[in-house]
Design a protein around this ligand. Structure first.
Ligand code: ADE
Ligand code: ZN
Length: 344
């Protein structure tokens, strides 16, 4: 067995993946055609070309405009999970979506959530993969819009919807802007996370933990500039949902051998790997493991640590988590034996 095949085959959890950033380019083009929306290019292969987070977010917004009917959300959620299963043995995902990118265009919240839930349930039924949803605050929205989004999400809550997160361009809009939205979500029983220190200093991590009440940190790379925040997060066992390729592309760490993820792992932080916006960054969850673990020379023991961090970082209940840990450990033991026998 080749090591790349091993890395694709290990069972995976994914906790940092944006629904809108998982839409296949061909599906984006198809939905645009169906809804009579003109795209900047007719070449499907060029639809997802950009160089900065701002260009990326503009296309992310354009993808969102092609999602209109409940069936559109269902189709794309299903395809997204199907890609994860086929390309990386995805078993469980907690998936972000941006409600206000849809509701501001007049798409009802119920259409968005019910469509996503339809797709998720169909994928679980057909493929065995499970998925839960995290509604994301879009940082460039005004605080009142974020607050209203949380109210509407709580009104339309389904069992699958378990958390609140935050994304968008980090540098111009700090996390404390959205404290009310987070308080409301917490009071409504949602779990909490946020993108932080993807493109801003580690004080954003501290704010997310202490002011917003976040339990996980999405990205977090700039933590490496503050030893006190590193020590605190390590001691508290804060999980970091890291994304090699997306940040290599838009945040200037193109060489994965020097990506801050390496130092985060070496510093003893609880890192797990994700694909962020896989189709939009021309990647998938299997490829993220292949690229990072080969670049950093991570052997099976380190890979197992990353995979099981993912399980432990989920918001599943403890018995569910324990069962997943046992199941994953069995599969990892089998794959490790196969790998050893083929190289030995
Ligand atoms: N929205 C989708 N992906 C994102 C990312 N990596 N950072 C910020 N906002 C996002
Ligand atoms: Zn992200």
């Amino acid at each position: 067995m080749q090591y790349a095949d091993y890395l694709r085959s290990v069972p995976k959890v994914e906790l940092h993946c944006h629904f809108e950033g998982t839409v296949r380019a061909a599906t984006f083009a198809d939905l645009a055609r169906r809804h009579d929306i003109t795209l900047p290019t007719n070449e499907v292969a060029k639809l997802y070309d950009y160089e900065t987070i701002y260009e990326f977010l503009a296309i992310f917004g354009m993808v969102s405009t092609t999602l209109i009917d409940r069936e559109d959300f269902a189709r794309c959620a299903y395809e997204s999970l199907e890609d994860g299963v086929k390309l990386g043995n995805l078993r469980y995902r907690e998936m972000f979506f941006n409600p206000t990118l849809h509701t501001r265009r007049g798409v009802p919240m119920a259409t968005v959530i019910d469509g996503l839930v339809d797709g998720i349930r169909a994928a679980e039924n057909d493929l065995g993969v499970r998925c839960r949803l995290i509604a994301d605050v879009y940082r460039q929205d005004p605080p009142a819009m974020a607050r209203q989004m949380v109210e509407e999400v709580l009104e339309h809550r389904r069992d699958e919807l378990i958390g609140l997160g935050m994304d968008g361009a980090e540098a111009p809009d700090p996390p404390e802007k959205f404290v009310e939205a987070y308080q409301l979500a917490r009071a409504g029983g949602l779990r909490l996370t946020s993108h932080a220190s993807e493109d801003a200093p580690p004080v954003n991590i501290t704010t997310c933990l202490d002011v917003l009440g976040c339990e996980r940190i999405d990205h977090g790379y700039h933590i490496m500039s503050d030893p006190a925040v590193i020590a605190r997060c390590r001691d508290q066992g804060i999980y970091f949902t890291c994304c090699p390729t997306s940040t290599a592309v838009v945040y200037g760490w193109p060489d994965l051998t020097t990506h801050p993820i390496k130092d985060m792992v070496a510093a003893g932080l609880a890192v797990m790997l994700n694909s962020d916006d896989p189709t939009m960054f021309h990647t998938d969850i299997g490829r993220e493991y292949v690229e990072l673990c080969t670049a950093l020379d991570y052997g099976p023991a380190t890979v197992r640590g990353l995979v099981l961090n993912g399980v432990d970082a989920t918001w599943l209940d403890e018995s569910d988590k324990a069962a997943m840990r046992t199941d994953f450990t069995d599969v990892l033991n089998r794959l490790d034996a196969e790998l050893a026998s083929s190289s030995g």
